[in-house]
Design a protein around this ligand. Structure first.
Ligand code: ATP
Ligand code: MG
Length: 496
């Protein structure tokens, strides 16, 4: 007997004001299969899975679930039918405990109809163990790290005997170790005949776990292919329809005097005796495993979590930065790792978000220079190909990756002299990555300095003039561009 798809989407179309997000999408998903969705930021991936899971309603077309036509009115209905989702934007509730979040919406009731807290705790503990997570069911979610919150979201999605589990960039904020645990769970779900729909911009991941991949471009369906029949380059060209560069040419770099110098800076429990120098016009990378202390060093420089010990110099003068405001005044900008919660104001317009940190300097006699705002935000919308109907669109309505581009644009515009970038291209498609590298280059050509943390070694190798490697809170090496290789870096990253 021929296999029936568990989900069949037929001629699905979805429009938002000013945007045709999906046009005539036809796709089928099967049980026991990992089916990846791939496409540039704003291609329509999240919109498609939100229609499948009842979050959005389609304009036209038909969805069949287990062979029957169905029209979910809300996410609850879809969940009750066995479709669960890990959303790109975190949806855990900060004030509830881990267990309460995992069971949200389907709390286990005792016979007397009171919540069975003990059963929930026990069930939650089992899932946490399965995911290898060292947090307690009774921990309050707001106290957790970004990665742990993401894992709670994952725990919730897999805890309910779903027939379809949709994962929208589940790995964008978790570490290798947690990714491994997630992949084991995916294998297990697959063996249990669950259908998994997987969205990620990390192409390597797709080759590791997905059986097939469907490509969307600008709201249109392009193609479905088994991963065994393609390579990365082929996927990229299907996705963006053109050649993509993954490095920038630094042959014309002009590196000047040290701009930022750290001498033996430490913060208890995070890093110790870190020495780093960044020159004007220089792009310096920081490599290391997750947890090595790189984010913490950036946060220290920015004054978000000041150093306990050691000295920091800007242009040769010692400074004591105790809060981000002081850092910004001294020309330092930070693009945080956790942009979803620290980076953008979702209810504000694209234009406001981009110009946010610059407006002050441009205001004349206390008035905001509207023409300047519009012009400069439009400039970055073009440069980074931010997909939006216009500068006045509310940021919440943009796709996840396009929201991230806004945070980056904001700091490039904000006349900073030193940019601290923490995983700047996470969640950003391959085409836009190169646009960001180009902006970094332009920034340094104008005398700016960049200190960038990335977990993607090829990225650091492709853009940095020098790379520091950290392991367990200490600098274990510093490599010039010509001596940097993946092997040397990996070796230094695991020194302890
Ligand atoms: N609620 C909304 N209101 C208006 N426009 C929207 C809304 N949700 C999505 N869009 C638009 O629909 C298009 C597709 O967005 P979608 O979020 O599906 O992209 P995506 O493929 O998931 O991208 P990313 O990789 O950046 O997450 C984008 O142009 C986006 O701005
Ligand atoms: Mg998305």
């Amino acid at each position: 007997m021929e296999r029936q798809p568990i989900i069949r989407m037929v001629n699905i179309t979805k429009e938002f004001p000013g945007v045709k997000a999906l046009t005539d999408i036809n796709l089928e998903f099967y049980q026991g299969e990992v089916h990846a969705l791939l496409g540039e930021n704003g291609a329509g991936k999240s919109t498609l899975i939100k229609i499948m899971s009842g979050v959005y309603q389609k304009n036209t077309g038909t969805m069949y679930y287990e062979g029957k036509e169905c029209d979910f009115e809300n996410a609850r209905q879809a969940l009750d039918c066995g479709i669960s989702v890990i959303h790109q934007e975190l949806s855990v509730i900060p004030d509830l405990t881990v267990a309460e979040n995992i069971y949200l919406g389907r709390e286990q009731k005792q016979k007397n109809r009171f919540l069975d807290k003990e059963a929930m705790k026990k069930g939650a503990q089992e899932i946490l163990d399965m995911l290898g997570l060292k947090i307690k069911p009774t921990d309050v979610v707001k106290k957790l790290s970004a990665a742990q919150k993401q894992m709670v979201e994952i725990a919730r999605a897999i805890s309910g005997n779903a027939k379809v589990v949709i994962m929208d960039e589940p790995t964008s904020s978790i570490s290798e170790h947690e990714v491994e645990a997630l992949f084991k769970i995916i294998e297990k779900l697959k063996r249990e005949n669950v259908s998994i729909i997987y969205i990620s911009h990390r192409l390597k991941e797709l080759f590791e776990i997905a059986d097939k991949v469907s490509i969307l471009r600008d709201g249109h369906y392009i193609k479905t292919i088994p991963l065994s029949e393609v390579n990365e380059q082929k996927l990229i060209s299907l996705m963006v329809g053109r050649e993509i560069k993954t490095y920038i040419d630094r042959s014309d770099k002009k590196i000047g005097d040290p701009v930022l110098e750290l001498q033996k800076v430490s913060r208890r429990g995070a890093f110790s005796k870190v020495d780093i120098t960044v020159g004007s016009g220089e792009i310096v990378g920081m490599a290391g495993l997750i947890g090595a202390g790189r984010t913490e060093v950036l946060r220290g420089i920015f004054g978000a979590e000041p150093f306990d010990e050691g000295k920091m110099y800007l242009y040769g003068e010692e400074v004591h930065i105790k809060c981000p405001k002081q850092a910004i005044q001294k020309g330092i900008g930070l693009v945080p790792e956790d942009r979803r919660t620290q980076g953008v104001m979702l209810k504000k317009s694209v234009k406001d978000n981009i110009t946010l940190s610059s407006v002050k300097g441009k205001a004349k006699h206390g008035f905001i220079n509207k023409a300047w705002e519009s012009k400069s935000s439009q400039n970055y919308i073009n440069k980074l190909a931010i997909k939006t109907p216009g500068g006045y669109t509310i940021t919440k309505n943009l796709s996840g990756g396009n929201q991230q581009k806004i945070v980056i644009a904001k700091w490039f515009l904000a006349e900073s002299k030193i940019l601290l970038l923490d995983e700047p291209t996470r969640g950003i498609d391959v085409g836009a990555k190169f646009e960001i590298y180009s902006l970094m280059k332009e920034f340094t050509q104008n005398g700016g300095s960049v200190l960038v943390v990335s977990s993607e070694l090829p990225e650091l190798l492709g853009i940095c003039d020098r790379i520091y490697v950290m392991s367990e809170g200490k600098i274990t090496g510093c490599l010039e561009q010509h001596e940097s290789t993946e092997e040397v870096i990996m070796h230094l990253a695991s020194v302890n």
